[in-house]
Design a binder for this molecule. Structure first.
Ligand code: 1HN
Length: 352
């Protein structure tokens, strides 16, 4: 640097300091960060092992009731975003516990929520007057601005602690500063339809003749694991195994063919025993819940071994491969519908 450059740098420095009080800043100093050559977000891959997390979920159950907590949840925080209640820049994830006899009181909010049942059965969630009993692997939707409460009455007189994964679009709603919430005077909402009504109406390749979607969210609240699992099995046996994803299906809104939720995409995939996937990356980072089987995900060369009830996050544009030692079933969710709507989704299936 010659004397001239030093002088120019000092003059620029002085200029930037003078700009500050006017809340002005020079774009040329941040352009490369604002418009990166390729995605270079702060999030890191991470894995939460069920064996590590479970004792803390149990302790939370001893320390606070579901009613006092409103929602008794341990948030899965991206290690690179401490204190932000975010597992990626756009996604929230948490593990919620409800003990036998407890009630998590009714409320509604703009944020859309999904539940993926991880552990135990016999809890219920009530959405818009209909209860759905939870079983491991079920995918359940709480649409934006619908009343919802949870309880745990058990099945046939047998009740056990139930844990599920909550996935919400909280960071997206926060980004838009568009959040509203209301609490219901009643702890549990009135039941107005028998359990299974929505699935009967909308979940069998038939729709009520005059049905017109009243919202972009799927009219099915619950996608039972039993049915989805059977399809994976069938397609796996038929050899429809993608070199990158194994047998991977997306959940669908039967009324539109689109995503079940306007902000969150959900997927279920089977990695057959011995599967060794090719590298893949996409701009929608995803949170995974392991339902069955053992294997590993290798993200940018770092290996994370997973087993049943483990959770992991693969951030945006991180190259990753999936391996399975046993038949493995993975549920996942991402912000794909939003990226598709904005026409910014990119994905790459890389050669092995
Ligand atoms: C919420 O309403 C639930 O209803 C779970 O179970 C997690 C996290 C943040 C905000 C609202 C639920 C939540 C939440």
């Amino acid at each position: 640097m010659n004397a001239n450059d030093t002088g120019a740098a000092e003059m620029r420095g002085a200029f930037y300091r003078d700009l500050k009080p006017l809340h002005l800043s020079p774009l040329w100093e941040s352009l490369a960060t604002l418009v990166p050559h390729t995605p270079n977000g702060p999030c890191v891959p991470a894995l939460w092992r069920w064996d590590d997390v479970r004792p803390f979920i149990e302790r939370a159950g001893e320390l606070i009731t579901a009613e006092e907590a409103v929602r008794r949840v341990l948030i899965l925080e991206n290690p690179a975003l401490p204190g932000q209640s975010s597992v990626t820049q756009s996604l929230y994830a948490g593990l919620q516990l409800i003990l036998p006899g407890e009630v998590a009181p009714a409320h509604r909010h703009v944020q859309s929520a999904l539940r993926f049942i991880v552990h135990g059965k016999g809890a219920y969630t009530a959405v818009d007057g209909e209860r759905t009993t939870m079983h491991p692997g079920d995918f359940i939707i709480t649409p934006s601005w619908t009343w919802h409460d949870h309880g745990n009455d058990g099945i046939d007189g047998q009740a056990e602690p139930v844990v599920w994964l909550d996935g919400l679009d909280i960071p997206m709603v926060r980004f838009f500063d568009a959040g509203f919430e209301e609490r219901n005077a009643a702890k549990s909402q009135q039941v107005s339809r028998r359990e299974g009504n929505a699935l009967a109406r909308y979940g069998h390749n038939l729709l009520p003749v005059d049905y017109r979607p009243s919202s972009p969210t799927s009219p099915i609240f619950s996608y039972p694991y039993e049915r989805s699992r059977e399809v994976l099995d069938r397609l796996g046996r038929d050899g429809e195994v993608d070199d990158w994803h194994g047998v991977k299906l997306r959940y669908v809104n039967p009324a539109t063919g689109g995503w079940p939720m306007p902000t969150l995409a959900t997927f279920l995939q089977l990695l057959p025993r011995g599967f060794s996937g090719k590298p893949y990356r996409s701009t929608d980072g995803a949170v995974y819940s392991v339902v069955e089987g053992r294997g590993r995900v290798v993200v940018d060369g770092v290996s994370f071994a997973f087993g049943p009830k483990d959770h992991f996050v693969v951030p945006s544009w991180k190259t990753h491969v999936l391996h399975a030692d046993e038949d493995a079933v993975l549920f996942s969710f991402s912000d794909r519908p939003v990226q598709v709507a904005l026409d910014i989704l990119r994905e790459e299936k890389l050669p092995g």
